[in-house]
Design a protein around this ligand. Structure first.
Ligand SMILES: Nc1ncnc2c1ncn2[C@@H]1O[C@H](COP(=O)(O)OP(=O)(O)OP(=O)(O)O)[C@@H](O)[C@H]1O
Ligand code: SF4
Ligand SMILES: [Mg+2]
Length: 337
């Protein structure tokens, strides 16, 4: 088996939530935003991360690149644990892992020209590169992402949302990273522009052999773009595996509920899917249910769900559930028991 480009082992991120009313000497409440997530991603593959708002997608992404303190291990090319590196040692890997964000305009410095914005990572990571070579590289990148090189002296506010995202992509790719983390890269864009940006990312992935972590709400985009998918709920991995299998035969009640909630463009899948609805609202992440975090909303929950489920391989993927299986079958068995 090939060594994964990146392997996350048991990643945990906890925030201290101190409210104004808390006394300074008391222990602040803890919010476990990411609660023991693991995955492996091979070179050239795309991993989608999905789940409801607040489930920890962005926090996990930020933890991987040390934008947040985290516990666990992030093995890079099977050798280096990124979480143990000093900021100076980490600098070497920063150009290998780049990130693009949801709000393209907000993530670009309004005082810098497009040329300066795209050139900035080169100044940091390729300090020996001469001015002319840098400018040439920026122009080349602008062309690659569909921007006109004569726009190099313009400012971000002169561009549309879709164009700003192209600037963000050019800036991320100018240092030739191995891994690109896209945190909801198209959700702030109009639908027609979304398709263009997705197509651009796909072209770049193919041409540059990029490995991508793709965070999104839109399941049809994830299905189209990703080789593998990981479903998160309250900071915990619920189900993870090959995209097509996960979409056509989800084994976890939460995945089944997510897929029930959106029409799937494949008529075969849409016809055969069993509708699953979750009960109630998302619990507070400050006080999640013990055992399985889904148990207060899960139509399949039983007594055993008060204990933490194992993560097991079911139908060729990882499932975190006491009663995994296709919706119709498991519900029929549970109804009889
Ligand atoms: N800096 C922070 N301090 C305290 N809590 C935080 C912080 N950042 C995130 N959280 C909390 O951590 C949890 C996970 O947040 P996160 O932003 O990772 O979710 P998400 O899945 O990316 O959501 P969305 O889909 O809305 O972007 C949420 O409950 C959020 O309120
Ligand atoms: S462990 Fe129980 S509550 Fe959790 S998803 Fe599985 S069936 Fe539902
Ligand atoms: Mg987010």
């Amino acid at each position: 088996m090939t060594t994964p480009l990146i392997e996350a082992r048991d990643i945990r991120v906890t925030f201290d939530i101190r409210r104004a009313s808390d006394l300074p000497w008391t222990e602040p409440p803890k919010l476990r935003a990411v609660n023991g997530v693991s995955f492996k991603l091979e070179q050239g593959k795309t991993l989608g991360i999905v789940g409801e708002s607040g489930c920890g997608k962005s926090t996990l992404a930020r933890a991987l690149i040390r934008m947040l303190p985290a516990e666990g291990e992030v093995l890079w090319e099977g050798k280096t644990d990124l979480l143990t590196l000093s900021p100076r040692q980490m600098l070497k890997y920063r150009s290998d892992i780049q990130m693009i964000f949801q709000d393209p305009l907000a993530s670009l410095d309004p005082r810098m020209t497009v040329g300066e914005i795209i050139a900035e990572p080169l100044r940091t990571h390729r300090p020996k590169m001469g001015r002319a070579a840098r400018k040439e590289k920026v122009r080349e990148m602008m062309e690659k992402v569909g921007l006109l090189p004569n726009q190099i002296n313009r400012y971000p506010h002169e561009f549309s949302g879709g164009q700003c995202q192209r600037i963000g992509i050019a800036r991320a790719l100018v240092v030739e990273p191995k891994l690109l983390i896209c945190d909801e890269p198209v959700s702030a864009l109009d639908v027609s522009i979304q398709a263009q940006v997705i197509a651009l990312l796909e072209d770049l992935r193919r041409d540059l052999g990029l490995t991508i972590i793709f965070i999104a709400h839109d399941l049809s985009v994830v299905r189209h773009v990703c080789d593998e998918v990981m479903v998160l709920y309250l900071g915990q991995m619920m189900e993870a595996g090959a995209t097509e299998k996960l979409f056509t035969e989800p084994q976890h009640p939460y995945t089944q509920a997510l897929l029930s909630a959106v029409p799937i463009p494949d008529p075969e899948v849409e016809r055969n899917k069993t509708l699953i609805a979750l009960e109630g609202d998302l619990p507070s992440p400050l006080n999640p249910p013990s055992g399985c975090p889904l148990r207060t909303r899960c139509p399949r929950a039983s007594e055993i769900c008060a204990s933490k489920p194992p993560t097991e391989e079911v139908a060729g993927r990882q499932v975190f559930c006491h009663h995994p299986g296709p919706a119709a079958e498991v519900q029929a068995v549970l109804a009889e028991s």
